[in-house]
Design a protein around this ligand. Structure first.
Ligand code: IMP
Ligand code: MG
Length: 184
């Protein structure tokens, strides 16, 4: 596999990611068997994870999907603490089993804010699937129901995750060379 020159180290190869996504899909298929599931994909970081994950959920679950976009970032690698929803769901999530699909759970500000807003719309249940989690950065209480991998406090890109909208297309998750964002 050719590694992009801006990547310091690959954390998860395409193969390792595919295996983990399959496991999560199998678990979701069991947990929601015979039920409906409303996947709420958080744009843009979760698109690749969500598209792979939904193909690992079997026909025993009636899947419907929608998307939302929120941001707790302005620029660079530091969370601003301000969460802005700039694209909302078209579908009413009321009475549905929501599964929020997110790319990474960092401080937790984005997700806790989204959960608060979605809970106010009276879903039947609400759970979270996140490809990555940085436990050392946590500022909020809740746990992730389906977590791909825990990672150290490093800024990572690839498989949907970006730095200033770049590197989403990389098929692996890797640590970005710190000199590329020094001063951001
Ligand atoms: P939180 O609100 O601090 O949990 O931040 C979550 C959001 O920050 C994610 O949805 C990502 O968009 C972004 N983010 C946090 N850490 C990283 C990272 O290491 N790489 C890329 N984006 C990240
Ligand atoms: Mg994101």
């Amino acid at each position: 596999m050719k590694i992009h020159p801006d990547i310091h180290e690959v954390l998860f190869t395409p193969d390792k990611i595919a295996k983990r996504v399959k496991q999560i899909g199998t678990q979701i298929s069991k947990d929601y068997h015979g039920d409906d599931l409303f996947l709420v994909v958080i744009l843009q970081g979760a698109i690749i994870f969500a598209s792979d994950l939904m193909r690992q959920i079997d026909h025993g679950v009636k899947v419907v999907s929608g998307s939302m976009a929120a941001s707790s970032y302005h620029k660079g690698t530091v969370s601003t603490g301000h969460v802005q929803i700039y694209l909302d769901l078209k579908e009413d999530p009321g009475g549905k089993n929501i599964l929020i699909v997110e790319d990474i759970f960092d401080t937790g500000r984005t997700l806790s804010n989204l959960i608060k807003q979605l809970t106010a719309r009276d879903p039947k249940s609400i759970k979270v699937a996140s490809l990555l989690s940085k436990p050392s950065r946590r500022e909020t209480e809740f746990t992730i129901d389906y977590c791909g991998f825990e990672i150290p406090n490093k800024f990572v890109v690839g498989y949907g995750l970006d730095f200033n909208q770049r590197y989403r297309e990389l098929p692996y998750v890797g640590i970005l060379k710190p000199e590329l964002y020094a001063g951001c």
